[in-house]
Design a protein around this ligand. Structure first.
Ligand code: 3PY
Ligand code: MG
Length: 256
């Protein structure tokens, strides 16, 4: 039996999951945030300063808090997705998936045959799931969750094709990049009306396909709005954002 309910099981529980989002380079930051009331922790190796060695150390710290870890990989670095799954990550978020071929390549690196071509070597994943190798091979494709990020006009236009790729469990919307794309580079407005319309469309398409819809929220208040829309997984701010907001609030109070 896996040590904890899998991310896939938690996502099918009905209630939206709220995840922390960590890019600070020391694994203890993710391990400590995992002790707050988040349902999961994302390690952001695309824009965060956290590297492979630190992310791999963070995974068991997050698991020790009873939470699943997800990793956002850098653009196009699909091979790293297999390595993070080997290290015990429960989910992979791949940015800038703009073609069905991108989605197929992502699925190839995150799912074992016959769905994909993931290579065998789940060193820490065996310890963290508590599964024997043969059981892990049978269950891994269902236990781990693969998200294709939809954050460009191109991706939005083919969202049904991306959702239809076997092995892609869901989409993860990046509202900041989407706002830049939809405005033709004129502005950054991740909670604006145009992005909202795109979010509603992508959410509806994911639900119609029976797949998971996840999204990044720039604040707790925005996360509440996105939760009310019906997203299954919502990232709430970031470790750096929370550190700065906490510092600013404390200084404002001290100088009042
Ligand atoms: C975006 O909003 O573009 C993201 O990738 C989430 O941070
Ligand atoms: Mg983005």
């Amino acid at each position: 039996m896996p040590a904890h309910p899998s991310l896939a099981e938690r996502l099918s529980g009905g209630a939206p999951l709220l995840t922390a989002w960590c890019g600070l380079p020391h694994p203890s930051v993710a391990g400590i945030l995992a002790r707050e009331a988040f349902d999961a922790v994302v390690l952001d190796t695309q824009h965060g300063a956290i590297d492979f060695a630190a992310a791999v150390q963070a995974v068991p710290l997050i698991a020790a808090a009873g939470k699943p870890a997800l990793v956002r990989i850098p653009v196009g670095e699909f091979a790293s997705a297999s390595r993070y799954l080997d290290a015990g990550a429960s989910g992979i978020i791949a940015p800038m998936i703009n073609t069905a071929e991108d989605a197929r390549r992502l699925a190839a690196f995150t799912k074992f045959p016959p769905l994909g071509e993931r290579s065998w070597g789940p060193h820490a994943a065996l310890a963290l799931t508590g599964l024997e190798p043969a059981q892990y091979l049978k269950q891994a494709n269902d236990l781990t969750v693969t998200f294709a990020m939809v954050e460009t006009r191109e991706a939005l236009a083919i969202v049904d094709d991306i959702l239809a790729v076997p092995g892609i469990d869901g989409i993860f919307i990046g509202p900041s990049d989407l706002s830049i794309a939809l405005s033709g580079g004129k502005g950054l407005d991740p909670a604006g009306a145009e992005v909202d319309k795109a979010l509603d469309h992508a959410l509806a398409r994911a639900k119609a396909a029976g797949k998971i819809a996840a999204v990044y929220a720039v604040s707790g208040a925005r996360a509440a709005e996105l939760s009310a829309k019906g997203f299954h997984l919502i990232a709430v701010g970031s470790d750096m954002g929370m550190l700065r907001a906490g510092a600013q609030a404390a200084l404002a109070a001290a100088r009042a």
